[in-house]
Design a protein around this ligand. Structure first.
Ligand code: FAD
Length: 492
């Protein structure tokens, strides 16, 4: 047995008979299918990276009582320094996809790390369910599982409560016995589910009393009987070549509707049972929500660095970067990216101890979340502004180069100040893939919505801000003068 999980092991673990559909077909093996195989390899590459002798210390740690190392995403930081150490490992993983794999294994591992740190919340609610969660954390972390999650309900009719949606839509408990619960219905949007080992199923959106059937959380292997994955269109499958689509051909982590067709979940994998308030508490009274979204900001810090590098290279490609207004635009972008990096450092430095563990500053994390869901589409728009038609005036595909006459015309017309014509085409195709392709467009939607619509994220920001301190300052000023005194002073 190797020191830690490798890519080959991960690929093998996905050949498990899971039920994935795409384009009307049942997929026999996600690791070989043209819609998924490159992305699966990119996921596997994460494990190969951590297993390299030169990376093993940075990327992994030894679980107590184990002789096998696992990724640092499973580490419960005992202090600020350990949190920074963990973050550096997560950034290295994110860098392997330039931040484009948002639901790499460290995302849901961070959710579980937060729940494990806040296990007291589960214990107070129901000791049996707390035992299940603690046991599952042990299993998932020791095996370095790749988990995805589905914690959001299908949109359907947003004007109706979740419990009033059409029958069979929102996943709910339809039966239970001494063995466990049975669930039926849908959840979305299982990003990375085709290449994950397991799925955490929960309910993040508010539920009201009476909606207890919907109020559960559990974990299932992706090959659980009755679990169906309905993949969205694959951008990997429609990628022309790595040269034409270097990102979508390799990092299309996929999103899918997960449908539970009477799936049985044993009690040892049920963490919340028919408790509407506990559905909220598992995320918000523990540091779970804070940890999962802190991971998202770690990953975003890497992606933004890549995107601003791309913006700079575009100005190299078209020879505008010495122009003062262009420098100003780049400087403004750099300030925004710097802000995201600074907020990340702030979340860590201004964190607090919860029991034995260090947790990120919640309000700084929510501030970053609100600001970056707005920043991302603006940043993409600025890159478009900097580019003009360069992103479009490109050979139709790599195949144009196979005709020497066409290749000559391409090399004559794709001129650049600081790149050869071939370098320019290669680079601009990557840039378009990142910001303008269907894959790039999905990323804008992702960054705007993965953590909830603006009214949701702003609500978290509102709830976690120190209003008392802020309003106290205003009250302090008010206390320094009184109407009666001032009137008296005027009269005198
Ligand atoms: C690419 C992508 C990947 C995702 N991956 C995952 C995943 O892996 N797992 C997972 O669980 N989820 C995932 N999600 C789902 C994501 O969490 C949700 O999209 C997000 O929480 C927003 O919910 P919604 O889509 O239902 O939009 P809504 O909440 O319905 O919002 C849609 C619009 O309606 C407005 N609106 C709706 N209700 C109100 C209201 N009451 N007041 C004011 N405005 C309102 C919103 O402001 C917004 O403009 C993913 C989403 C995307 C786009």
């Amino acid at each position: 047995m190797t020191t830690c999980k490798t890519g080959a092991e991960h690929i093998k673990s996905l050949k498990d008979g899971r039920t994935v559909y795409i384009d009307g077909q049942l997929v026999a093996d996600v690791t070989e299918h043209p819609a998924f195989r490159n992305s699966v390899r990119s996921a596997a590459a994460l494990y190969d990276f951590q297993a390299r002798p030169e990376n093993i210390e940075t990327m992994t740690f030894t679980h107590e009582g184990s002789n096998r190392r696992v990724n640092r995403c499973w580490q419960l930081p005992r202090n600020y320094a350990e949190m920074v150490q963990r973050r550096k490992a997560l950034q290295k993983w994110a860098a392997l996809s330039c931040g484009f794999m948002g639901r790499s294994p460290d995302h849901v591992a961070s959710t579980l790390v937060g729940q494990r740190i806040g296990i007291d919340v589960f214990q107070k609610n129901n000791p049996k369910r707390a035992k299940s969660l603690a046991g599952y954390f042990e299993e998932a972390s020791r095996n370095d599982y790749f988990l995805t999650y589905v914690i959001i309900n299908p949109q359907a009719e947003r004007s109706k409560d979740w419990g009033d949606q059409a029958e069979g839509l929102v996943a709910k408990i339809v039966d239970e016995d001494s063995g466990g619960i049975t669930i039926r219905g849908a959840k979305l949007l299982g990003t990375s589910s085709i290449m994950a080992n397991e799925v955490l199923v929960a309910n993040l959106q508010p539920l009201k009393p009476g909606e207890e059937d919907l109020a559960f959380s559990c974990a299932l292997p992706m090959n659980a009987k009755g679990l169906r994955v309905l993949s969205r269109k694959s951008y990997e499958a429609s990628a022309v070549s790595v040269f034409d689509n270097p990102l979508s051909s390799r990092f299309d982590e996929n999103d899918a509707l997960i449908y539970f067709e009477d799936v049985k979940v044993p009690w040892e994998r049920v963490f919340v049972h028919r408790d509407t308030d506990m559905c909220r508490a598992q995320f918000h009274d523990t540091p779970s929500h804070a940890y999962q979204n802190y991971q998202a900001q770690i990953r975003l810090s890497v992606k933004l660095k890549f995107l601003i590098g791309l913006a700079h290279r575009i100005t190299d490609a078209i020879g505008t970067n010495a122009m003062p207004p262009i420098r100003e635009q780049l400087g403004f972008l750099a300030a925004n990216v710097g802000m995201v990096h600074a907020m990340l450092a702030g979340m860590e430095a201004e964190g607090t101890m919860r029991g034995d563990y260090w947790v990120p500053n919640r309000h700084y994390m929510y501030s970053a979340q609100v600001l970056t869901q707005d920043l991302y589409p603006r940043l993409i728009n600025t890159i478009r502004e900097l580019s003009g038609g360069a992103l479009i005036m490109l050979p139709s595909s790599i195949e144009d180069y196979s005709d020497p006459h066409l290749a000559k015309i391409i090399r004559t017309t794709q001129r650049a100040a600081k790149m050869t014509p071939d370098e320019k085409v290669k680079f601009l195709k990557a840039a378009w893939d990142a910001i303008g392709s269907e894959f790039g467009s999905r990323h804008t939607q992702y960054e705007m919505f993965y953590a909830g619509a603006r009214f949701v994220t702003s609500g978290h920001s509102y709830r976690t801000f120190d209003w008392e301190g802020a309003a106290g300052m205003v009250d302090g000023l008010m206390d320094t003068y009184q109407l009666a005194d001032e009137l008296g002073r005027k009269v005198n």
